[in-house]
Design a protein around this ligand. Structure first.
Ligand SMILES: [Zn+2]
Ligand SMILES: [Zn+2]
Length: 570
């Protein structure tokens, strides 16, 4: 589905590829300008009828945008992708190598991939180029040592779109009776080695053919009768194992391949104590017959156990916490999302489009929290624009009396420790989020001083993504989280579990600590487009991993309870 964000990213990609091709700099900057103009425009795609009327979008860029909207791809980008060497673009990830520098390496030294870059560095050719120093060359060489070696484990945000794509394919095959992702991804692990799918079918051949022909495959590792292993061609290649089983075997196969190993060990011990034996094909009884199950629920029931959600199948000790299972938060318990962006800042959809999508989700209320003025790259709102946005929100509420959109902000905590809005602005809002988006490298003392200002402000309700980490990639700004949890408890503030799979902070150990201190937790998608509202499912499952109880989770509270909470300092 095409949305504004995808178009902006495509325009930026075209600019980069043109830069690498040493295209006319005016042409390159036309695409960057068009991307920025779209970002700054407050309307969503469906609300813009004349794209050329937007200042900063010319004839050439408008044609690309129109093509993207109409057919979902860009001929210009496709042509560029065909001529720019495949190995060149990934080098952008090396620190210090932007488009301009990479273009120079390509044009002047004919560097096309990591290998040619390494050779040129070793030959001392790179330091000879204007703008490069001997030190840059050393740094690149050092970075190249680990570059390109396939990551042992991939973060959840890289796997999630892959799983979505496979889900879509399998759901479209009439020969597939049942299917599910298994393995650590199903348990919502932060990183996984590979992805496993269990498929129940009678038509092994047809399903195998579909997998092998309809996915973008880099390498087929195995294509046996009941197991297909492939490496998918993605920016970061992904290994996927498909296991084809009969409908009868499905439940035990799914349980077996979901793990964890320790959970399965504990289950086998329990079975043994009852004279039974668990395998991926079924449960062997004392008399040697094998029982199969309609569902995993029935499988657990066979051992007098309630359904144990995959997310808590970890150490095996979950079998000692059965009485807590019913209190765990579930997706059905969620009635609100308290953190999201619209076209007023850097989101793809308008207030009313987001509102409609939230209603379609079955929620009863939500908060619109666009960025504040400090975040210029995200078109953050000044107090004046925040005031104008009110009209959109009021209009939506008037048209939809059974749903309530609250006025909020995701306000920056500035590097100097002050807040981006004064109390006069904040007190007019229903819900105030405070976030750190800048100066991550400050000392822990400075970071904590910034967080303290926010926690102590009576109008702030919540600290969003409290560590700023990116799962599997960046640690964030290193706050003293246990201390932050204490402050939140003392001042009655909410801490966020950001459900975006990039973030997932707070992490499990801190969620557990927050629960011990009775700090309310909000699971929020931080959606920048409607389709990202789906991240709530990941957030809820991640919360289960920390055994979070639903009462503590703000988005399970009714509208009345939420209103009582947000109005207590007014
Ligand atoms: Zn944020
Ligand atoms: Zn946000």
């Amino acid at each position: 589905m095409m949305n504004k964000k995808i178009i902006i990213r495509t325009l930026e990609k075209i600019a980069l590829y043109m830069e690498l091709q040493a295209e006319n700099p005016f042409k390159v900057s036309a695409f960057r300008k068009a991307a920025a103009a779209l970002e700054a425009d407050e309307r969503s795609l469906s609300e813009i009828d004349d794209i050329t009327a937007i200042k900063g979008i010319g004839k050439g860029t408008a044609a690309v945008i129109t093509e993207l909207m109409e057919i979902g791809e860009s001929t210009v980008l496709k042509e560029l992708e065909a001529i720019v060497p495949k190995g060149l673009v990934p080098l952008m990830k090396l620190p210090g190598l932007g488009g301009k520098k990479l273009a120079k390496l390509y044009q002047e030294l004919n560097i096309v991939d990591a290998a040619t870059l390494k050779a040129a560095c070793e030959a001392g050719q790179v330091r000879g180029l204007a703008g490069f120093a001997a030190k840059t060359e050393e740094k690149i060489l050092k970075e190249l040592e680990t570059f390109g070696s396939r990551a042992e484990r991939l973060p959840i945000w890289q796997l999630e779109p892959v799983v979505l794509e496979i889900n879509e394919l399998l759901a479209s095959l009439p020969e597939v009776e049942l299917f599910s992702v298994a393995g650590s991804f199903r348990r919502v692990a932060e990183t996984s080695k590979d992805v496993d799918f269990i498929i129940a079918t009678k038509e092994y051949e047809v399903v195998r053919e579909a997998i092998l022909t309809r996915l973008a495959i880099l390498e087929t590792v195995a294509a046996g009768a009941t197991k297909v292993s492939v490496i998918l061609d993605r920016e970061e290649p992904v290994s996927v194992d498909f296991r084809l089983v009969t409908r009868e075997e499905f439940a035990t196969a799914l349980h077996h391949f979901t793990g964890s190993k320790d959970h399965n060990v504990r289950m086998r011990q329990l079975a043994k104590s009852m004279g039974k034996k668990i395998s991926e094909y079924g449960v062997e009884q004392e008399d040697g017959t094998v029982v199969t199950f309609e569902s995993e629920e029935a499988f657990f029931a066979h051992f007098n156990l309630p359904f144990i959600p995959p997310t808590v199948r970890e150490s095996g000790k979950e079998l000692d916490r059965l009485d807590e299972l019913s209190e765990l938060v579930k997706l059905e318990d969620i009635v609100a999302d308290l953190h999201m962006h619209t076209t007023w800042s850097d989101g793809a959809h308008s207030v009313s489009e987001m509102g409609q999508a939230l209603m379609d989700n079955g929620y009863s209320h939500a908060v619109i929290t666009d960025h504040s003025q400090y975040l210029k790259v995200a078109n953050g709102l000044t107090p004046e624009r925040l005031e104008q946005q009110k009209l959109d929100i009021y209009a939506f509420n008037e048209a939809n009396p059974n749903f309530r959109l609250y006025r909020g902000t995701e306000m920056d905590i500035l590097p100097d420790g002050t807040l981006d809005f004064g109390d006069d602005v904040l007190k007019e809002l229903d819900f105030v989020i405070a976030s750190i988006h800048s100066s991550f490298t400050q000392s822990q003392d400075k970071i904590m001083a910034r967080l303290k200002t926010a926690v102590e402000n009576p109008y702030v309700h919540m600290i969003a993504h409290p560590t700023g980490r990116i799962v599997g990639q960046r640690g964030g700004y290193d706050p003293d989280v246990p201390l932050l949890i204490e402050w939140a408890a003392a001042h009655g503030k909410i801490l966020e579990l950001n459900a975006n799979p990039y973030r997932l902070d707070l992490s499990i150990e801190y969620l557990t600590l927050a629960m011990e201190k009775n700090v309310p937790i909000a699971i929020n998608t931080d959606a920048h487009a409607i389709d990202q509202l789906r991240f709530m499912d990941i957030g809820v499952k991640y919360a289960q991993k920390a055994w979070l109880k639903k009462d503590l989770i703000v988005n399970t509270w009714s509208k009345d309870k939420f209103e009582a909470f947000i109005s207590k300092n007014k």
